[in-house]
Design a protein around this ligand. Structure first.
Ligand code: ADP
Ligand code: MG
Length: 694
């Protein structure tokens, strides 16, 4: 048996490798760049590149690539080999500091939302030394940011790094006010719990909808779904266990801290959770995890589905983004401390998050908006499209006591400082029992539960970091000027609680009553992607993002367009796939079977035998045939009409209002027909086969 500690991170150019392979002065300088963002000079870069190349070649690498995250939502790479021509027809292996630091993929086909006309197609990639290089498929992958020549971000990493910097800047101001002079920087951390489905590859290959869209567009429900809750945390089948074991091993080699693997609620659904790391690394690792999940599945004759809603009638897949703020010297700013002094600081950070979520509900909703996630949010399996914060009883009561200037009884006789009650000794033992909240405090972190399974966690963390940086900025502006710090702090806390307590909700987020209550509280409820994306362009949002240096106005606009185009593109492909399947797979099968039944009915009638089954079923199928035909006509009309829209905004609304309902109607007729058909005549693998077939 191989020991994990022997191979963990063996494919990563991590701190240990750097220390071993780099000269001490080079290592020190690189470390300064990684930790403090110091500029790297070319000599150091050359030395690092040389060491990286030697290390990678020893491990069998032949190529290198700048690995980046364009706005397609997946990662991109363009491979170059290390070879350079040498005299005498030989080759030598080369890799320079320049090649490490900067790349120029042509990359003109990536979405840029009008930021980059194709005649100035050159974008460039820039090394992000805060995320380690690694080897994948014999290729040295260098995590990079992707920008236009004008410097506009064309990817998800650049704004994420900017948002982390914004949070760092504002959080340090607050820490200094509380007398902390030792922490050098503050970063956000995330741990992304990843849900997925595994299905058999042979069945997958017979479903055009899964192949083209990642989800089933047709399919009657299986007799059994998740009613018995027998899959959740259930024993793992041998084939799945073998998959998980190999997945862990591959991820560990890449330095991904894969920690927990278990079965999820729906049949065929599973989850992987890593140990958290800085948001930047967590984002890279989650992208890598999704890729490795799919590659390993292929080796096991399986397909890993990361779509938010592969199957109707059972839970879809999400991604919980566990998020906290930490200092370089190991202080978790969202963890209550032991002393009242620490509590006051904790409560200020806590309130900053509450205010951020309230002020930028719409941006958080935008950050998880995709066509796929629209199927999940608000359908009683995932949080609603309304955002609220769960705090639990104790914290809520503490905030109430600050709001009302009343002592908090739970604190007993513990001291008050800054007029802020101490937390009860038992606090924190009460774990989060609320699973229906979109944004739950869980003792030392918040868990943002609205993310879709296939989405990058970058966007959610960008908005979260930005919004919290903004609350902290407002507090720091006031507190730095205050003559009486204690009194001002008390007032800042009290006002923030009064202004933002409407966002706190500790009840059942899946209930209808909550949606009504949320409306009374004035919280925003944006069910579909075309409803929420335009909010990105609201002045208050653009101003905030601009003021913290996270996006320029141009960048916000371009992202708005790209996200909407993406939504339109996805649903348009789904509609086209449905039309094709309905016309060429489903109708022929239904028609053939109903004619056959008809003939059999006639035959039986001639022979004077009962023919009830044949007669009735063929008549019902004929009616459904007509319904499917009409459904095809209506969907085609709706899709054509949508495509004639003046702009992408209009297009997306026509899709929401006309195309999606037409898709539902077509599916409904087909799913009814499926339940009447001879199993052997149905042209597609069924839900029962797909979900229970591994
Ligand atoms: P759950 O009960 O939701 O399954 P777990 O305790 O298993 O929660 O943790 C879920 C995730 O939260 C893991 O990825 C874990 O590493 C991460 N996590 C734990 N502490 C923090 C933190 N301080 N900041 C960010 N993520 C964290
Ligand atoms: Mg969780």
């Amino acid at each position: 048996m191989k020991k994990i500690s022997d191979y963990f991170g063996c494919m990563v150019f991590n701190d240990g490798v750097m220390k071993e392979k780099l000269a001490p002065d080079v290592y020190e300088k690189l470390k300064k760049t990684i930790d403090e963002g110091a500029k790297l000079d070319l000599n150091v870069a050359n030395a690092v590149a040389e060491a990286m190349k030697e290390w990678a070649i020893d491990l069998g690498a032949t190529h290198f690539t700048h690995w980046f995250q364009p706005l397609t939502g997946i990662t991109a790479e363009k491979h170059d080999s290390f070879i350079a021509a040498a005299p005498g027809g030989r080759v030598i292996m080369e890799f320079s500091g320049k090649e490490l630091i900067k790349g120029e993929p042509d990359a003109s086909a990536f979405p840029s939302g009008g930021l980059r006309a194709t005649f100035e197609a050159r974008g460039y990639t820039a090394w992000d030394p805060t995320s380690y290089a690694f080897i994948k498929d014999n290729t040295l992958c260098i995590p990079t940011a992707f920008c236009s020549f004008g410097g506009e971000a064309l990817d998800k990493k650049t704004p994420l790094l900017r948002s982390m910097e914004a949070l760092n800047r504002q959080a340090l101001r607050i820490l200094r006010l509380f007398g902390n002079t030792t922490s050098k920087y503050v970063h956000s951390s995330s741990g992304a719990e990843q849900e997925y489905f595994l299905i058999d590859r042979r069945l997958y290959n017979r479903r055009p909808d899964l192949k083209f869209t990642g989800r089933t567009l047709f399919g009657a429900r299986a007799p059994k779904g998740q009613e018995l809750h027998d899959h959740y945390f259930g024993a793992i089948k041998p084939r799945v266990a073998a998959y998980m074991a190999e997945l862990d091993e591959e991820l560990w080699k890449l330095g991904v801290l894969a920690k927990t693997e278990h079965n999820e609620v729906a049949p065929g659904q599973h989850e992987l959770a890593p140990i958290y790391s800085t948001t930047n690394i967590a984002t890279d690792h989650n992208q890598l995890t999704m890729e490795v999940m799919q590659n390993v599945a292929a080796r096991h004759g399986l397909v890993c589905l990361l779509h938010e809603k592969p199957f109707e009638g059972v839970n879809g897949s999400g991604k919980h983004n566990n998020w906290s703020i930490d200092t370089d010297d190991g202080i978790n700013l969202l963890k209550p401390g032991a002393s009242p002094h620490e509590n006051a600081q904790f409560l200020l950070f806590l309130v900053a998050v509450i205010q951020a979520v309230d002020d930028y509900q719409d941006l958080l909703r935008v950050s998880v908006a995709t066509a796929g996630n629209d199927h999940r949010l608000g359908s009683h399996e995932a949080p609603p499209a309304v955002i609220s914060v769960y705090l639990g009883k104790e914290l809520t009561e503490i905030l109430e006591s600050i709001e009302n200037d009343s002592p908090y009884s739970g604190a007993g006789r513990r001291e008050m400082a800054f007029g802020v009650p101490a937390l009860p000794a038992f606090f924190g033992d009460t774990t989060d029992r609320n699973r229906t909240s979109p944004f739950a405090y869980t003792g030392n972190k918040f868990e943002f539960r609205m993310l879709g399974a296939s989405d990058s966690i970058a966007c959610a963390n960008i908005m979260l970091n930005a919004a919290v940086a903004e609350s902290l900025r407002q507090y720091a502006d006031r507190l730095e000027k205050a003559s009486d710090f204690k009194a001002e702090l008390r007032d800042v806390l009290k006002q923030a609680i009064i202004n933002h307590k409407r966002i706190i909700f500790n009840g059942n987020g899946y209930s209808k009553e909550w949606i009504e209550e949320a409306k009374r509280r004035g919280l925003s409820n944006l069910p579909a992607t075309p409803d929420c994306l335009p909010k990105m362009l609201d002045k208050k949002n653009v101003e905030m993002l601009k003021s913290h240096g996270i996006y320029t106005e141009m960048e916000v606009r371009s992202r708005y367009e790209i996200l909407l185009e993406n939504y339109v593109g996805i649903v348009t492909i789904e509609a086209a796939t449905m039309l094709d399947m309905a016309q060429r797979d489903i109708l022929p099968a239904v028609s053939a079977y109903s004619s056959e039944l008809c003939e059999r009915a006639l035959g039986k009638a001639k022979a004077g035998i009962e023919n009830g089954y044949e007669k009735q079923t063929s008549s019902e199928l004929s009616k459904l045939e007509t319904e499917i035909m009409n459904g095809i006509t209506e969907l085609r009309k709706a899709a054509d009409h949508a495509a004639q829209a003046q702009d992408v905004t209009e297009h997306s609304m026509r899709i929401r209002d006309k195309v999606i309902p037409a898709m539902k109607a077509l599916r409904c007729a087909s799913d009814k027909a499926e339940t009447l058909m001879d199993n052997r005549r149905w042209p597609l693998p069924t839900y029962a086969q797909l979900m229970f077939g591994v």
